[in-house]
Design a protein around this ligand. Structure first.
Ligand code: FAD
Ligand code: 2HG
Ligand code: ZN
Length: 486
């Protein structure tokens, strides 16, 4: 059972070698490169949701790959665990240390240089501590597009995005973080630097090692830099906020929008009424774009990279009109300005924040084949209601990728503790249904601490063995982010 607050403290002792290692790290990095005060370390040891509260001996902020390598070598010799950290926006407790054993947090925030920008090669080489939003801006200023986009983009860092193989709202068109990387530089658990900053779209020289580290959640090494793929900058982006008649209607709308737009769909986000209600309730200046209340909404966005993108706008109107005639869409608003488009996005992007303000919720970041979303939705929800008849469904997310955030909020008038007592049962109800439909219990957030035990139930024995062999081969003393993933 997972309690909402993990604030228990366990005692442990550091070995003499670990104590010596801490002193060596301080000498290597100098006084401005680390902190040890408990208050100052708080933001690094508590996760974004406030569920996991860990402890660290120190937080270190290296500025170069060589400094990272030097620190890792010291830790490796002393078997002192390291928790790599970016913006600490993990949704699964991956980025904070445990409270049951000693470790240091290695925060990449000071490694934030752009090492290279090659406009003609459509690439940029960036350090792990660059804030995602900054990278989007840099690309845009040079008439290029870096499509990775998520609500945490103002604080998450590219190293964290790659370490979690982040998804977000543009996966449908551009793929997830893994697909946006050409090369990677990694510090291995023994302190060696794996240099792989190739800016090549084709390179079949043996195993593609970068993919081991993408999505490994800091358990196999520390990503220090990456070569990212860029794309032509969209010239026209058109967004519609649509009330749909059902979840099946949403999926039919997705099919039609893809084929009838010439596959120009960039975003297809499903949003349930309760999500709208929570955002309108908790986020100042939010407004419902439609006049009536509906059960299900879709935020649909089409993009064109053509100079004259007006044609796509006209096609969009036709698609919406036809879908309305056929009863798929009940009402829709097509943004007439960038301000309006951003207002639509604000409803979607504040889903997580408003949920947090509302109270306890149990998150399920799941994926199933797109075609079975409607059936999954109904079956999973009925399974949850059997456990907690008063639970509230906060379903939203990247339906265009088969990825839903099928979150369950505590009953409006119930007791939080009673709800939390049912955490495992609610998880089981959703994940059992996910499994039945051939889905995944973690579509984009990763495993971290939150789903570590469950992973063992849903992954095959063979897959777990292969994962364990890789882990042992690279990190035999398990110093990289222990207690996470496997
Ligand atoms: P952190 O949280 O600091 O770390 C995440 C994991 O990566 C940890 O296991 C950590 O040890 C490891 N790590 C961090 N940096 C490195 C490195 N340089 N080398 C090796 N390992 C490293 N996620 C999505 O996929 N899609 C979404 O749409 C999305 N929306 C979000 C919205 C909100 C409001 C919030 C709070 C989170 C959201 N997330 C989403 C989850 C989270 O933002 C992403 O997982 C993000 O990619 C994490 O980046 P970070 O820099 O904060 O990494
Ligand atoms: C999003 O899509 C994030 O906004 C967060 O992945 C999802 O709050 C969540 O569960
Ligand atoms: Zn998401």
């Amino acid at each position: 059972m997972l309690s909402l607050s993990k604030a228990r403290h366990q005692t442990y002792e550091l070995t003499a070698a670990q104590l010596e290692a801490l002193d060596k790290i301080k000498t290597v990095i100098g006084p401005s490169g680390y902190i040890t005060e408990l208050d100052a370390m708080q933001p690094h040891v508590v996760d974004w949701r406030g569920i996991y509260k860990g402890r660290a001996e120190l937080v270190v902020y290296p500025k170069t790959t060589q400094e990272v390598a030097d620190i890792v070598k010291i830790c490796a010799r002393a078997m002192l665990p390291i928790v790599p950290q970016g913006g600490n926006t993990s949704m699964c407790g991956g980025s904070v240390p445990l409270d049951s054993s000693p470790s240091i947090v290695l925060c990449l925030s000071r490694m934030n240089r752009i090492r290279d920008f090659d406009k003609n090669n459509y690439t940029m080489t960036v350090e792990a501590g660059c804030i995602l939003q900054k990278l989007q801006q840099i690309a845009s200023e040079s008439d290029r597009y870096f499509p990775l986009s998520l609500a945490a983009e103002g604080s998450c860092m590219i190293g964290g995005n790659l370490a979690t193989n982040a998804g977000g709202t543009n996966v449908l068109r551009y793929g997830n973080a893994r697909e946006l990387v050409l090369g990677l530089e990694v510090v291995l658990p023994d302190g060696q630097i794996l240099e792989g900053l190739h800016a090549l779209r084709k390179d079949n020289t043996g195993y593609d090692l970068k993919h081991l580290f993408l999505g490994s959640e800091g358990t196999l090494g520390i990503i220090t830099a990456a070569v990212l793929k860029l794309f032509p900058k969209p010239q026209g982006i058109y967004a519609a906020y649509c009330a749909v008649s059902s979840v099946s209607a949403a999926i039919e709308l997705l099919n039609r929008a893809r084929t009838e737009s010439g596959d120009c769909v960039e975003t297809f986000e499903l949003i349930s009424r309760l999500v709208m209600d929570l955002v309108l309730k908790h986020i100042p200046n939010s407004q419902d774009p439609l006049n009536q209340r509906y059960q299900h909404y879709v935020l649909l966005e089409l993009v064109s990279t053509a100079e004259d993108s007006r044609e796509l706008y006209n096609r969009f109107e036709t698609i919406l009109g036809k879908a309305m005639e056929d009863g798929l869409i009940l009402d829709a608003a097509l943004a007439q300005s960038e301000v309006q488009r951003q207002a639509f996005w604000s409803l979607r992007e504040n889903a997580t924040e408003s949920q947090k303000i509302e109270g306890a919720s149990i998150k399920h970041d799941i994926s199933v084949p797109i075609s079975v979303i409607p059936e999954f939705y109904e079956t999973a929800w009925n399974a949850v209601l059997e456990v907690e008849p008063e639970a509230r469904l906060i379903a939203f997310g990247h339906a265009g990728d088969g990825n839903l955030h099928f979150n369950v909020a505590e009953p409006e008038l119930g007791k939080t503790e009673d709800f939390i007592d049912n955490w495992d049962k609610i998880n089981e109800a959703v994940h059992r249904t996910v499994h039945k439909y051939g889905g995944s219990i973690s579509a984009e957030h990763g495993i971290g601490q939150l789903k570590r035990e469950e992973l063992a139930h849903y992954k095959t024995e063979t897959a777990l063995q292969v994962m364990q062999k890789i882990k042992t081969a690279l990190d035999p003393n398990s110093i990289m982010n222990p207690g996470k993933v496997i």
